[in-house]
Ligand binder design. Structure first.
Ligand code: KIV
Length: 288
């Protein structure tokens, strides 16, 4: 693992040199594990809404939710760059409000923010964030906060018009000053084409191997989420099953009296000492 703290210029400089590994994390223990494994970027994603808070999509997540989780993830990180994901409605209303919301992420310890979309209005927003010294990661293709407008979680950029729009959006995000762009659910060929035509790193999720980096959601990679698993996810573990087994064993040890054992207990004096001081005989018979 690179012991140096990852910075925004370091991520930019990785393009064409080294593939970027990014993962989501939402709290102290998950960030600690991801950071110790050597991730370049930790995204405190608004996927929080689905994999941690149990909502059906990301739309209910608030800035307060995100800040709470960003602070915890920051405390667990010493190496990775931390990107805070701006949730729905936090950058859609007015530029001043957007800058204030993004500033809360920076004050919580994030080094940059991510916002979804590449239309003209987003470009003006990104310019205002950069004016406030806040680095921005773009995100185009399937933008989950647009799930209702898109009619579902679907692959984007399939036809000529759509692919042209995505290429133009990526170039507009680069020109506006984003330091990297997430490409989500985009055909492999188009993602590779975009990657070759922008000077900033692209980070794919469901966008094939031609991107400059890859990101997955922590709970998907580790098998901790029981909702729909998209085709692009590679499950590297099945921790939900392992956790359930461990907890089941604990419960059966409690029920059959084998937990805790002597080594897991504290001692002071003897039973006789206690009886001498407080008398013998009890009201409740202990379970044998
Ligand atoms: O919220 C999230 O986890 C994301 C990634 C899927 C890129 O935006």
């Amino acid at each position: 693992m690179n012991p140096k703290k990852v910075t925004v210029p370091m991520i930019r400089a990785m393009k064409g040199q080294q593939r970027i590994g990014m993962l989501t994390a939402y709290d102290y223990p998950s960030a600690k594990v991801v950071d110790a494994a050597g991730a370049d970027i930790i995204l405190v994603g608004d996927s929080l809404g689905m994999v941690v808070l149990g909502y059906p999509d990301t739309l209910s997540v608030t800035v307060d939710d995100m800040i709470h989780h960003t602070r915890a993830a920051v405390r667990g990180t010493t190496h990775a760059l931390i990107v805070g994901d701006m949730p729905y409605l936090s950058y859609h209303i007015a530029i001043g409000e957007t800058v204030r919301n993004a500033g809360r992420f920076i004050q919580a310890g994030a080094h940059a923010v991510k916002i979804e979309g590449g239309k003209e209005i987003r470009i003006r927003t990104i310019e205002a964030l950069l004016d406030a010294e806040i680095p921005v990661m773009g995100h185009i293709g399937l933008t989950p906060q647009s799930v209702n407008a898109l009619g579902g979680f679907k692959v984007q950029g399939k036809g000529t018009e759509e692919s042209r729009r995505l290429i133009e959006e990526a170039q507009a995000l680069e020109k506006a000053g984003c330091f990297s762009i997430v490409l989500e659910c985009v055909p492999t060929e188009l993602a590779a084409f975009i990657t070759e035509r922008v000077s900033i790193p692209t980070i794919g999720i469901g966008a094939g191997a031609g991107c400059d980096g890859q990101v997955l959601v922590f709970h998907d990679l580790l098998g901790l989420y029981d909702g729909h698993t998209p085709k692009f996810v590679r499950k590297y573990a099945n921790l939900a099953e392992d956790m359930q087994k461990a907890i089941g064993t604990f419960l059966s040890d409690v029920r059959d009296g084998t937990f805790p054992n002597d080594a897991e207990s504290f001692h002071s004096g003897t039973r006789e000492d206690l009886e001498r001081l407080y008398g013998s005989g009890g009201v409740v018979v202990s379970i044998k």
